[in-house]
Ligand binder design. Structure first.
Ligand SMILES: *[C@@H]1O[C@H](CO)[C@@H](O)[C@H](O)[C@H]1NC(C)=O
Ligand SMILES: *[C@@H]1O[C@H](CO)[C@@H](O)[C@H](O)[C@H]1NC(C)=O
Ligand SMILES: *[C@@H]1O[C@H](CO)[C@@H](O)[C@H](O)[C@H]1NC(C)=O
Length: 396
């Protein structure tokens, strides 16, 4: 159950035409469909519950301060909340939806799968165009569109482009690769759940090899397809490392899952820790210390630029004209943003004190859902589907 606001206005342009394609529709949950734990208790580990509260009296009434040390004076408590609110925002790579907004809704991700919706044309084009051309550190001197969807990219331009990319600092190159990996992942899903049959009695989704080749074949893409797939593995490694690093956060005795049933909570937590523990058995983790190293001041400046660029991309998701695509776009950018937050937070995660509830590293429920689903149901699934395409192609 992902809490999301699909009705936020696009902050960058006004002509977002919401497509009328029925496959774009998202069905939000009714309140009575939600597990009791979410209805009642999601505040307990959600930071933004605090951020959304402006009136201390309201807040007292709603007893939303349960997680704060009760021995603090009223003033100190508010100062602390204010401070952690500010402090946390400097850690964030995404602009998160405000869960308290009347427009925010819970969506059951299993009932709203990501698949081919028919959303294309100028609207979809503009999203990727803004991401690649305006938010990927592209200098004015490069004429060639970064956007792989652009068709007017000459051979020579390609060489210049890759020279430029190679010349970039490792962080900016990593940024480009993350975006490209995300794009590749989304395109693999759309090729796997292509609308193959659409007649009055049945809609059928399945793999479309032609579509896959159009996007990834070495010849059809002038050598770019394999690079895109490499970037998919890159984003996989980044998210895998984040999951491995964040394990101690979930391992604290204070961390609960709030399904509404104590036994179910304990069981789910055990399973979650087991899954996260599995990531440790992988030997070749991405080393986040290789980024933003070197001269402290320059590294800090670069990190801030990186963060602001990514935040901006998370806002562009509100401009996607198809609700289903917007939902998954938001989830996947937030999942990646959460992974980046985990990797690059200045706060201690690996040795969290049991009781740190206010100053330490924090994740909201929304971030946790995005992180786990972005990795589990999206990037890992893409890697798996890739294998499936390999087998299908061998048979052709
Ligand atoms: C954010 O993205 C929009 C849309 O692409 C772009 O016009 C704007 O310049 C970007 N802002 C920053 C601060 O990067
Ligand atoms: C597969 O995708 C291509 C576009 O890449 C499309 O022209 C074709 O009709 C699709 N095939 C099926 C069976 O839907
Ligand atoms: C974590 O994995 C290691 C092996 O990689 C295993 O020895 C250990 O028991 C696991 N711990 C938990 C809590 O599952």
């Amino acid at each position: 159950y992902y809490n999301v606001n699909l009705r936020k206005p696009c902050p960058f342009w006004t002509d977002v035409s919401l497509c009328g394609i029925s496959d774009c529709a998202v069905k939000p949950c009714e309140r009575n469909e939600l597990p009791p734990g979410i209805k009642m208790e999601s505040y307990k580990y959600s930071e933004e519950a605090y951020a959304a509260i402006n009136d201390p009296e309201d807040c007292e009434k709603a007893e939303k301060l349960g997680a704060v040390d009760e021995f603090l004076s009223e003033d100190a408590r508010w100062a602390l909340l204010d401070w952690s609110k500010h402090d946390d925002s400097s850690d964030n790579f995404c602009e998160a939806d405000d869960e308290q907004s009347p427009d925010a809704e819970y969506v059951d991700l299993l009932l709203n799968p990501e698949r081919f919706t028919g959303y294309k044309g100028p609207g979809a084009w503009k999203i990727w165009y803004s991401i690649y051309e305006e938010n990927c550190f592209k200098p004015r001197t490069i004429n060639r569109p970064l956007n792989p969807l652009a068709s007017d990219r000459g051979e020579n331009e390609g060489r210049i482009f890759y020279n430029w990319l190679e010349g970039l600092c490792v962080e900016k190159r990593a940024f480009y690769r993350l975006i490209s990996g995300l794009h590749a992942s989304i395109n693999i899903h759309l090729s796997t759940r292509y609308l193959l049959q659409d007649n009055w009695f049945e809609k059928k989704w399945g793999p479309n090899i032609t579509e896959f080749q159009r996007r990834f074949d070495v010849l059809l893409t002038k050598g770019e397809g394999p690079r895109r797939l490499k970037n998919l593995y890159f984003i996989y490694l980044i998210e895998l490392r984040a999951l491995s690093k964040v394990l101690p956060y979930f391992d604290r005795s204070g961390f609960k899952l709030y399904t509404g049933s104590e036994t179910q909570d304990a069981e789910n937590k055990k399973l979650l820790l087991e899954v996260l523990n599995l990531t440790k058995s992988f030997p070749l983790h991405f080393d986040e210390n290789s980024l933003f190293a070197g001269n402290r001041k320059e590294a800090a400046k670069l990190k801030e630029e990186f963060r602001l660029h990514f935040r901006n991309i998370s806002r562009i998701m509100d401009c996607v004209g198809c609700f289903k695509c917007r939902l998954w776009g938001k989830l996947q950018t937030q999942g990646l943003g959460t992974a980046l937050k985990i990797l690059f937070s200045e706060k201690q995660i690996e040795k969290l004190p049991e009781t740190s509830s206010t100053h330490g590293f924090k994740l909201t429920r929304q971030e946790i859902v995005a992180l786990l689903n972005a990795f589990g149901s999206r990037i890992s699934t893409s890697v798996n589907e890739l294998q499936n395409f390999r087998e299908l192609l061998q048979r052709v």
